[in-house]
Design a protein around this ligand. Structure first.
Ligand code: NAD
Length: 481
């Protein structure tokens, strides 16, 4: 049984209390590793190591910080196969996706911020002839990076890279459900020459590790990605101390297809945007709105393509759809399908647990599922399911679809499919969403701001926004007269 260790003060160490949690592999439902069940004592040690490392790291020249982050990126590239296999086995996602998306993107995150920090600069403002104002950015100190299970290394590196580049020291808490690639990263951080205590990784549950970390008086900022429920708790816990927070939370994203859209591109991308990673990407379009003039044709073609997705062992090259991340999550998603049926939803395809006649039968699989016939205000169309389940909803007018798309408490991302350029801009502007894609999905430029509105997010990640979040801004005003 493989035992994962914490990374504190540059050393791989077991949790102080010596307790571990079982970590099952979702593809086979089998326990093959154990993750530290750390406590506030481990958090205390990690924060203290990070605090000790801060003066050295924050005064390390930017070029040297960038060199070490690039070295870490080199090691991720060198060991891509090891990372991809670990990510696939830990999450149930296909190995091909981990190879193509998760791991290369983690490498890019480190490279991007290694470069971005060398371009990060303050402003200066001349106030008539009387004064000169200029801004200075300085690192915050010890910061917490808390990440979820759906894109474990990708989303963790999206926080670590800007936090470290900006000169902060970090205590990271990866999801206890998917600790494996963070564990690998801690080994590579050592090899890359990251000084002891600059990056600390404490594994364990939200209540036992996340909460004490968020509440720790020496933690100056919390960058969190996860559910809206946990984000809300973090906002409440940090309110009285006025800690800086960045919250990336849940979504119920609209995918809007007008009658004049490029039909086959919209169709192929809809399959991808709904079922990649078993629908467990925060940006997945879970509500598919289709203009009535093409509704029947689009629905029938979508059902055909969805049925053709091959569900199976995530390691196999021919597999399109792997396993859901955990038994608890699998049961939650299946309960959502039952709720949809009870609400009068018609299952167009999927909804069943596939039978393989192999060890996969103990894994957490669910056929990709499409549902129609539900009101846009039903809980199925309002609450995040975060699995391979989507609903189809017809619409008759632009105003109607905008109102339906905006009817949820979430506002992370949306896609609009139309060849009418004026309509594309008009609709994009009216959607209550932090990200809008027109005739595409999940096309990312790391310089652009990333984040949600309403209950999907507070603040923005990406590019200079992330570096600003992990920095304190000071304005210095010098009188010239
Ligand atoms: P989660 O909120 O359960 O957990 C996220 C992280 O927070 C985990 O590391 C967890 O251990 C930790 N945590 C739990 N309770 C905590 C507490 N009280 N204090 C501090 N930390 C705590 O989310 P999840 O189930 O891991 O991830 C799925 C959710 O993440 C979905 O809602 C999805 O939409 C969202 N997500 C959002 C984005 C985005 O960019 N907006 C990206 C990916 C995932």
């Amino acid at each position: 049984m493989k035992q994962i260790l914490n990374f504190i003060g540059g050393e791989l160490v077991p949790p102080v209390a010596g307790k571990f949690l079982d970590n099952p592999e979702p593809a086979y439902g089998k326990i093959t590793s154990q993750v530290p069940d750390s406590t506030s004592e481990d958090v205390e040690r990690a924060v203290s190591a990070a605090k000790k490392a801060f003066p050295g790291w924050s005064s390390t020249p930017v070029e040297e910080r960038a060199r070490i982050l690039n070295k870490l990126a080199d090691l991720i590239r060198r060991d891509l196969e090891e990372f991809a296999m670990a990510e696939s086995r830990d999450t149930g996602k296909t190995l091909s996706l981990a190879r193509k998306l998760d791991i290369p993107r983690s490498e890019s995150n480190f490279r991007f911020f290694a470069s971005a920090i060398t371009q990060f600069h303050g402003d200066s403002f001349q106030s008539d002839q009387t004064a000169l104002n200029y801004t200075e950015y300085s690192p915050l100190g010890v910061v917490a990076c808390i990440s979820p299970w759906n894109l474990p290394l990708y989303l963790l590196s999206w926080k670590l890279a800007p936090a470290l580049a900006a000169g902060n020291t970090v205590v990271a808490k990866p999801s206890e459900i998917t600790p494996m690639t963070a564990f690998l990263l801690s080994q590579k951080a050592k090899e890359a020459g990251l000084p002891a205590g600059v990056l600390n990784i404490v594994h364990g549950s939200g209540p036992n590790v996340g909460e004490p970390l968020v509440n720790h008086p020496d933690v100056k900022a919390v960058s969190f990605t996860g559910s809206t429920m946990t984000g809300r708790k973090i906002a409440q816990q940090t309110a009285s101390s006025f800690k800086k927070i960045s919250l990336e939370m849940g979504g119920k994203n609209a995918n809007i297809i007008f009658g004049d859209a490029d039909f086959s591109k919209a169709l192929d991308t809809t399959v991808r945007s709904r079922f990649t990673n078993q629908g467990q990407i925060c940006l997945c379009g879970s509500r598919i709105f289709v203009e009535r003039s093409i509704y029947d044709k689009f629905r029938d073609e979508l059902v055909k393509k969805t049925k053709a997705l091959k569900i199976g062992d995530p390691i196999e090259a021919s597999t399109d759809t792997g396993a859901l991340v955990s038994k608890v999550h699998w049961e939650k998603v299946r309960a959502c399908v039952d709720t949809a049926k009870n609400q009068g939803g018609r299952i167009l395809c999927g909804g069943n647990i596939p039978k393989f006649g192999s060890q996969l039968d103990s894994g957490y699989y669910l056929e990709p599922t499409l549902i129609e016939g539900l009101d846009h205000l039903s809980s199925t169309n309002q609450e995040e399911i975060f699995g391979p389940v989507a609903t189809l909803i017809p619409f008759d007018s632009e105003d109607e679809v905008i109102a339906m798309a905006n009817s949820t408490r979430y506002g992370l991302s949306a896609s609009v499919w139309t060849q009418d350029v004026k309509r594309a801009h008009r609709v994009a502007r009216k959607l209550e969403s932090g990200l809008v894609w027109v005739n595409t999905w999940m096309m990312r430029d790391l310089r652009t701001p990333f984040g949600g509105v309403k209950e999907s997010g507070v603040g923005r990640e990406g590019g200079m926004d992330a570096l600003r979040f992990f920095s304190e801004t000071k304005n210095i005003c010098v009188a010239l007269t």
